[in-house]
Design a protein around this ligand. Structure first.
Ligand code: CU
Length: 162
């Protein structure tokens, strides 16, 4: 999975040139494998620190190929990707988004680590980040700042109705 730089380049070029096109020519590539990424459940609990914060989101891949989150950038400050192992967090270079699966960032697990923030994120604001992947185009995401105690409802939403 890591030994395919040539294939990755082809996939990126293909995605660009085929944008908005049915891709019906060149039957050789008709399976058009690739990751299809979407992001939801993004939020930042309002941090107590004025320079550090953790961010959470879920990346869903409906495609036939795995992808990897390779970096996260933000104008708000520095962002690194951390995972939590045995209660200790450590920075990771890249993290897989499995084919037909999800990469979940949640409290106590994987998280985006914001450092050297220019200003403290406050509830009601949002922080824009850009997710960069090994194969897919970058994805821009806004993480709304929630209450410090905010917990997303797992699995399904109960927000509808009362
Ligand atoms: Cu961390």
């Amino acid at each position: 999975m890591r030994r395919r730089p040539a294939l990755a380049a082809v996939a990126v070029i293909g995605a660009l040139t085929l944008a908005g096109c049915g891709g019906s020519d060149s039957g050789a590539d008709s399976a058009s494998p690739g990751a299809e990424l979407s992001v939801d459940a993004a939020y930042i609990p309002q941090p107590v620190s004025d320079s550090m914060a953790a961010g959470f989101l879920t990346i869903t891949n409906e495609g036939d190929s795995a992808d990897e989150l390779t970096s996260v950038t933000s104008e708000a400050g520095e962002v690194t990707v951390h995972e939590t192992v045995d209660g200790t967090m450590k920075e990771v270079d890249r993290i897989e988004v499995p084919a037909h699966g999800q990469l979940v960032f949640k409290s106590g697990g994987n998280h985006l680590m914001f450092e050297k923030l220019k200003q403290q994120p406050k509830q009601g604001q949002s922080v824009a980040v850009e997710l960069h992947f090994a194969h897919s185009d970058p994805v821009a995401v806004k993480l709304p700042v929630k209450a410090a105690t905010y917990q997303p409802t797992a699995g399904h939403s109960e927000d509808s109705g009362h």
